[in-house]
Design a binder for this molecule. Sequence first.
Ligand code: AMP
Length: 216
Amino acid sequence: MATFIVLLGPPGAGKGTQAELLAENTKLAHISSGDLFRENLKNQTELGKLAKSYMDKGELVPDDVTINMIRDRLTRPDCEAGAILDGFPRTPTQADALEKMLSEFGSRVALVPYITASETVLVDRISGRWTCRAQGHIYHQIFSKPKQPGICDLDGSELYQRDDDKAETVTKRIRVYVDQTMPLIEYYRKVGKIIEVDGMQAVEKVTNILLSALKK
Ligand code: AMP
C-alpha cells in the first residue's frame, strides 16, 4: 500500500524542512499546499489570484479550492508510492476529504508526526526565514544561512522573504493555526496516528526520530 504521511504543527515548527528531508530519504513525493499556492501565484493563475487574497491576510484559502488542488496533485504519477503532505490538511473538512481521496486509491494516512515548538521560537524562525524563488528551499538568516547571501545553495535561485512571513502576519497565522488546525491533533490522536516530536531539537535529530518512526 502507498505510504501517506501528514505533517502537523504550527507555522515555523519545521514542517517544510522536515518534509524535504523525509522526501529525500524515503523517495516519497513532497506535497506542500503552500508551495502549490505560491506556484500558482507566480504563474498568475486564477487559483493563484484567489489564494493571494487569503494568504496576504494570513487566513486559510477556502476548503473546496484547496481540496481540489490537492486532489489534482495526488493523481500525478510521482504519488503512486505515497507522499509527505506538508500543510494539508489544515481543517477537519480537509482531513475528511483526504481520507476519502486516499480510500479511493485503496490507501490511508499511515502516520501523523506532530512537530511542536514554543511561540517565541516560531516567531523568530518565521521572521528570519528566507525562501528560494525556484523551488521553495528554506534558509534562516541566523540559524541556517546559505553559503552565498541571497542565493539558494541547491539551485542558485534568488532567496526572498515571503510576504506572509513578515511580523504583522505571523501572529495571525499562529492564531488561525490554533483555531482551525489544532483540532486535527485530536482527530488523528483518536485513531492512534499521532507521534509528537519536539521541533526545537536540532534538525537532524528531528529527522532521525521521524525516520525511525516511519520504519516501525
Ligand atoms: P504555508 O506555506 O503552509 O505556511 O502556507 C501559506 C499560506 O497558504 C497559508 O497561510 C494559507 O493562506 C495558504 N494555505 C496553505 N495550505 C493551506 C490549506 N491546507 N488550507 C488552506 N489554506 C492553505
